[in-house]
Design a protein around this ligand. Sequence first.
Ligand SMILES: O=C(O)C1=C[C@@H](OP(=O)(O)O)[C@@H](O)[C@H](O)C1
Ligand SMILES: C=C(OP(=O)(O)O)C(=O)O
Length: 434
Amino acid sequence: MEFKLMPGGAITGEARVPGDKSISHRAIMLGALAEGTTHVTGFLEGEDALATVAAFRGMGVRIDGPEDGEVAIEGVGLHGLKAPAHAIDLGNSGTTIRLLCGLLSGQAFDSELTGDASLCKRPMGRVIDPLARMGAQISSADAGTPPLRIHGGHALQGIHYDLPMASAQVKSCLLLAGLYASGRTSVTEPAPTRDHTERMLRGFGYEVKSDNGVISLAGGGSLKAADIDVPADISSAAFFLVAASIAPGSDLLLTHVGINPTRIGVLNILTLMGADITLKNEREVGGEPVADIRVRHAPLKGIEIPPDQVPLAIDEFPALFIAAACAEGRTVLRGAEELRVKESDRIAAMAEGLTTLGIRNEILDDGIIIDGGTLGGGVIHTYLDHRIAMSFAIAALRAEREIRILDCDHVATSFPGFDALARGLGLQVSALAE
Ligand SMILES: O=C(O)C1=C[C@@H](OP(=O)(O)O)[C@@H](O)[C@H](O)C1
Ligand SMILES: C=C(OP(=O)(O)O)C(=O)O
């Protein structure tokens, strides 16, 4: 499928974007390992979260739904999973494969994890190495990439691990392995990352300590089923936060959006650029802060992105680069080398598309410099990356000519129905069979 976008338009109205992907994955994982039935509402019915559902069904867990965002998971307890009959295919989902590495290292059975062409290029050494120090045995393809074979039946010991990169996936992987390890498992992060695993473990009655940047738990406990209301994904909301900011005449309300402090870099960065964003009706839902977000068009200016905001906005940079392209002056991002190992090399993929649209930019090892300017039009390559596709779709609001975006099927990994929702709010997008 490809997207064709006519230039111009404004973004107006009210919308609730689909459920948070990170929280949806964790709801299935912890629900499966809990004792009792976990009920989930607001679940993301996107391909990545559905890959997590399929993985646990394949290990004998009864999961009803999702239907209208509702899922019921019959937990089997920490030791109730069954050996999967086949290799588990996790599609495009880095979060699922890395968290499962930790969880499956603690099982008595062997398992094999694989995925699509994008996932099979992503680095897994970052979880394999610390898990090996805990006593796990995982073999990978030569480059440290999937397919992975996890040899079960090895006793795990708790370790302390200083994370070399700010990664919630590595942190969460080790905490899940730690549930099965003897003694304590603890990690320190070079900078805070999303803390949904810690919050949800506590919500399931498992003690997790966070003391001065050290996050730890002791193995050998148990999880009690809980009800989870998944907020709308701020990473999906980000496309419309940028869209409404850059398109004159825009006024948009995004409802029930998760505003966990470890996820709101996009709000902080856009506000520093001059965006008109207000939070309303702030509340806490099932251990996660939530708000309605109003965003109106405002002229944006280029900024130096504060390094402390980078991990808090890591998935939102493709959309933020479009904001930078529409801003007056220069935006500089550094300290974001992690963008090179996502579903695509997001620095290279965005730089290429920005250049196609006539926006001057310079690639750095760990970031990019973007000079705001006038956007033309042209044909964009997504490199099979959902966030690249959606970012260039919203760029059309300020483009002078038509934009065609090739290979947009992956949008459904995180944001099923993106094009219909965007059309309803004023983006002139059509989805065409390729
Ligand atoms: O833990 C998670 O749910 C995620 C963590 C981040 O990855 P890293 O941990 O690799 O930074 C993020 O990019 C990904 O979309 C989701
Ligand atoms: C990086 C992402 O996801 P994952 O690592 O789970 O594939 C993302 O959704 O932007």
